[in-house]
Write a protein that binds this ligand. Structure first.
Ligand code: IPM
Ligand code: MG
Length: 361
């Protein structure tokens, strides 16, 4: 097959980890007899430096004309970087929100899985970590508070800031369908997380998702309030299969889910629209403090490349090869600094890439 892949190295550790993931994609292309053509795209701080804006129309067009996008990370240190002296709509994060919207990436899949080899890095009590967990967070990504009307006004000399949380039933339905489709291929449970005891939007989520559930009689739907979910994730994460939630709750809960899996450097993510197209990126950020040092963990980006192979290119065998190679590297005792534990061998970013490539077969 011929595929066109847009690469967004971005800022901070982004370029280093994307470089390793690209080597893995090249190997997957070789294994499957495919040709991957890459186009490099600027997003975030590096785009501000080059073009004065965090996202250009050309960048959007290049992504739209690709089969999939692989991204590193964007943004810098908010205290020291000049990017954060710009107005909010010109900062790196605005570019990320704009590309999500422009590509209609409404379903954000964030798997959180505890590798048995990384139990020592899990901050939960041993008896909880011992049970392991494997959940898929499905976060709505193009609606809610992130995209509602916002402004700051002066009311009789008192500053007043407004953010709007709004969802229509179509926005809820399409992401719910994604979540149920995924659950059908997993352990057939969906937990809808909301704040239906307070918010109207959450009550609409409950009724629309209950409707969707009728088409999936083999999948069990449970409702859970978001504050309870935050507790349950640290108390008994093994209870979750697919967690479906709106944009802001998903942002917060997905960081919590990644933390309990040992390191944010391990978790991949996929942002999908209603076709096979997707943008794939590690769940972690740009980590400016360790950028350029060659020590960042490339595994999350490499696993994101595996998701790209699976979801956008239907190269399941090659995706399996990548995931198995990651498991094997961990079993062989190799670790980057963020997941290092006693008795293991510490390696840098490129060496981790080498070790995974060697194990892909
Ligand atoms: C994420 C990030 C972004 C978000 C930021 C960088 C705007 O935290 O992808 O989770 O809040 O969606
Ligand atoms: Mg986040």
């Amino acid at each position: 097959m011929n595929a066109k892949i847009a690469l967004i190295p971005g800022d901070g550790i982004g370029p280093e980890v994307v470089a390793q993931a690209k080597r893995v994609l090249d190997k997957a292309a070789e294994m499957s007899g495919s040709t991957f053509e890459y186009a490099e795209v600027y997003l975030g701080g590096c785009s501000i430096d080059r073009f004065g804006v965090p996202l250009t129309d050309e960048a959007v067009e290049t992504c739209k004309s690709s089969d999939a996008v692989l991204m590193g990370s964007i943004g810098g240190d908010a205290k020291t970087s000049p990017w954060y002296r710009l107005p909010p709509e010109k900062r790196p994060e605005a570019g990320l929100l704009a590309i999500r919207k422009a590509l209609n990436l409404f379903a954000n899949l964030r798997p959180a899985y505890l590798y048995p080899e990384l139990k020592d890095a899990c901050p939960l009590k041993e008896e909880i970590a011992e049970r392991g967990f494997d959940l898929m967070m499905v976060r709505e990504l193009t609606g809610g508070l992130y995209f509602g009307k916002r402004y700051t006004e002066d009311v009789n000399g008192v500053k007043n800031a407004v953010d709007t949380l709004s969802y229509n039933e179509e926005e809820i339905r399409r992401v719910a369908i994604r979540a149920f489709d995924i659950a059908q291929k997993r352990r057939k449970q969906v937990t809808l997380v909301d704040k239906a005891n307070v918010l109207d939007s959450s009550r609409l989520w409950r009724s629309v998702v209950a409707e969707v559930a009728k088409d999936y009689p083999d999948v069990t739907l449970t409702n859970m309030l978001v504050d309870n979910c935050a507790m349950q994730l640290v108390k008994d994460p093994a209870q979750f299969d697919v967690v479906l939630t709106e944009n802001m709750f998903g942002d917060i809960l997905s960081d919590e889910a990644s933390m309990i899996s040992g390191s944010i450097g391990m978790l991949s993510s996929a942002s999908l629209n209603d076709t096979k197209f997707g943008l794939y990126e590690p769940s972690g950020g740009s980590a400016p403090d360790i950028a350029g040092k060659g020590i960042a963990n490339p595994i999350a980006t490499i696993l994101s490349a595996a998701m790209l192979l699976r979801f956008s290119l239907d190269l399941d065998r090659e995706a399996d090869a990548v995931e198995n190679a990651v498991r094997q590297v961990l079993a062989d005792g190799y670790r980057t600094g963020d997941i290092m534990s006693e008795g293991c061998t510490q390696v840098g970013t490129a060496e981790m890439g080498d070790l995974i490539l060697e194990r892909m077969g």
